[in-house]
Design a protein around this ligand. Sequence first.
Ligand SMILES: *Cc1c(COP(=O)(O)O)cnc(C)c1O
Length: 395
Amino acid sequence: MPLPMKELFDIPEGMIYLDGNSLGPLVKGVSDAVKDAVEAQWGGQLIKGWNSCGWMEQPTRVGNQVASLIGAPDGSVVMGDTLSIKVFQALAAGLALRPERRVILSDNGNFPSDLYMAEGLIDLKGQGYALKVVDPEDVIAAIDDTVAVVMLTEVDYRTGRRHDMVAITNAAQAAGAVMVWDLAHSAGAVDVDLAGSGCEFAVGCTYKYLNGGPGAPAFIYVRPDLAASVTPALSGWLGHKAPFAFDQSYTPAPDIERMRVGTPSVLQLAALERAMVVWEKTSVAEVRAASIALCDLFIAEVEARCPQLTLISPRVGAERGSQVSFAFEHGYPAMQALIDRNVIGDFRAPNVMRFGFTPLFIGREDVIAAVDVLETVLKDRLWDAPHYKTKSRVT
Ligand SMILES: *Cc1c(COP(=O)(O)O)cnc(C)c1O
């Protein structure tokens, strides 16, 4: 089906939604799928649903669908928990693979939660572990034989800068370190070849470009040759090799299921599983090509018409994810003025106006229309009103 495929989404009339990188919109059919999961499955089947409705296999079934979008084989991805938890698990498992080393290396373009989880894990472990955070362009130079795990987010949430996954994974592994990639801003947006990269672990969330809805479960990938031996760190009963044997002590499952922790979020998984149908009608390669073209168009239009803004995203499409960010001193009120006029992007401190382009539901005409509004907001200083300057809890 040609892009955009707006008819597959329920987006409010007249809204130009440039925030699919933060929360993907509602896919048509998801409401019915959730209603069915609530009424027919939960309501009708009650406890029988675990078997009769396939709830127990849902985390690996949906994991396979996600795997197919990130270049990973069947059986290498499982769903569950939130991304922060999966970051913790991957890091802990990575450190356990290099017990003689003490450093987690990351960059200051990483999402804070990933760094916070690393700090918490280090506090918990004691024993001289440390987190080293460098500039994104200095990562390769900072990898040495003290580094146990290199943990990076492929696409920078603020600028959209994209790391070279293969080059960094190769450098990490050549120095004997384990590689953990966070694909939060990659899955469903850019052409990831996880198996080809050779990385040991990857994690990501599904409420951004995969449109799973607020609170949708995260995913974790473990390279297949390691899945039977890595330490799951969070040793919950559903990662046990036989949960219903109710053994007194923990023996992990012999495969990716060892990265499961507790009861899956069945209703959220029902929403996500239904949202994945959009990938039956297009491919990540098509979406990626269209996204580069939309972002290029947006940059050209904004630079021609909005001289107040400064591009902070890479200019070259291949070095970017699926978003474009501009710095502007009055970025927060300017974004509120845009949102008031039905052009939805978001703001990231200290001065970043962020626009995500999801070609599944955004076309060239939307880009032009969005810049029309942006140009007016800036030219007429429409942002310069007191009610746009009060910050909400979520920006
Ligand atoms: C969105 C995002 C998160 C959010 O984590 P949750 O636990 O799902 O709230 C974490 N890390 C990165 C890199 C993200 O982009």
